[in-house]
Design a protein around this ligand. Structure first.
Ligand code: CMP
Length: 138
């Protein structure tokens, strides 16, 4: 079964010049890129995207971080995409992330963790539609 997931290479990963290395790893792990762009989220965008976290103590910090520079937003296709991509990126906290995962390699902290991966098929569709129009998905 071919599924889709949504990812963002977050501002820290873009700032450090890790776009190429992370995309290489994504492709090498069997994911196809079906939508992709460099974009800069506004405060309103980030507040809306992370509305589920609005009551968390780190919400303000999260919005600041995600809006401080451009991100790469992408939709990825693969069998079992959501689960396999979360395995590839590793635990939210890079200190807990498995060897070889994207967060183990490129993330600095639980807050600045380099990459996003949707946590369900439903959220993948919602998050993809947040960033891309139908004609931008291939
Ligand atoms: P992600 O799981 O992609 O989406 C929610 C984000 O909130 C998470 O990545 C981190 O960037 C951030 N986050 C989660 N937990 C914490 C925390 N305890 N402190 C700061 N930021 C966090």
């Amino acid at each position: 079964r071919t599924d889709r997931t949504f990812t963002m290479l977050k501002p820290d990963a873009v700032e450090k010049g890790h776009i190429g290395a992370i995309l290489e790893k994504i492709n090498a792990s069997g994911f196809s890129i079906v939508a992709m762009k460099l974009t800069h989220m506004t405060t309103q965008d980030a507040q809306a995207f992370y509305a589920v976290h609005s009551e968390r103590p780190f919400y303000g910090e999260l919005v600041e971080y995600m809006t401080r520079g451009p991100i790469v937003a992408a939709i990825l296709e693969k069998e079992n995409a959501v689960e396999d991509f979360r395995t590839l990126i590793g635990a939210t906290n890079p200190a807990d992330a498995a060897e070889g995962t994207i967060r183990k390699l490129y993330a600095a902290s639980i807050g600045e963790n380099a990459v996003h991966g949707s946590d369900s098929d439903e959220n993948a569709a919602i998050e993809g539609a947040f960033h891309f129009a139908g004609r931008e998905m291939f």
